[in-house]
Design a protein around this ligand. Sequence first.
Ligand SMILES: [Zn+2]
Length: 265
Amino acid sequence: MMALRVFLLALAAFALTMTDVQARPRGLVEPALHILPGGPGHPRVALTFDACMGRTDHRILDALISGHIPATIFVTGRWLKKNRAAFEILLAHPDLFEIEDHGAMHVPAVDRPVKIYGIASAGSAEAVKKEVEGGRSAIEAAGGPHPLWFRGSTALYSLSAISQIRRLGFSVAGFSVNGDGGSLFSAALAEKTISRAKDGDVVISHINQPTHAAGAGVVKGILDLKARGYGFVKLDEVQPTGTDGTTGTLPVAKTAGHPSLPKKG
Ligand SMILES: [Zn+2]
């Protein structure tokens, strides 16, 4: 009986791996990113949030403000259009919020035509440029600062697109902890995942899904870290490890979770 259970668990794990392989085209990378650790007694993490499209999760935004917790928010031009009031709140708290570029239309920054989690990539170098620069100009047109970090939709890239994004003047913002599983985690899982972040981690979550259960857990996980003495830093405050804001080796993605789920936007 025990052997059967072990076999079934192994089979389930294999099925998950195969699903993931099918969903993620070959040759794409998911850059990792860490910040320099604060050291013993001074653990710190960088909280990053994607605002892909959709609305604003005020459970998270309000908790960050009331807890004086700094974070880096990646916004798209598409999100900006419908969330101007929330964007003004971000702008009104420059001490807390760093605003960075999540693209113009939330299409993956991959310069060849592929589908990623069912979403069509930008498809050409020209379209990648349009996505990256369109996000930047939308932020600036709305009164935001000049962004220096870019994170693309799905957080997957072709290597040539990463080089191109760097030439456009951006560091590519990876992460080390997938805090909310593309906003699809349960509240309990999001809380557990974020509260287990280690000194030097960069956490990705979503701030655009107010109706998803994950957001409540994201807040709890952050408050748990705070209660345990963690500090929070924005990406512009720290020297990221690795070159150009990503680890030098650009490891090929292995995780099954997926950090950004545009179709649920
Ligand atoms: Zn996104």
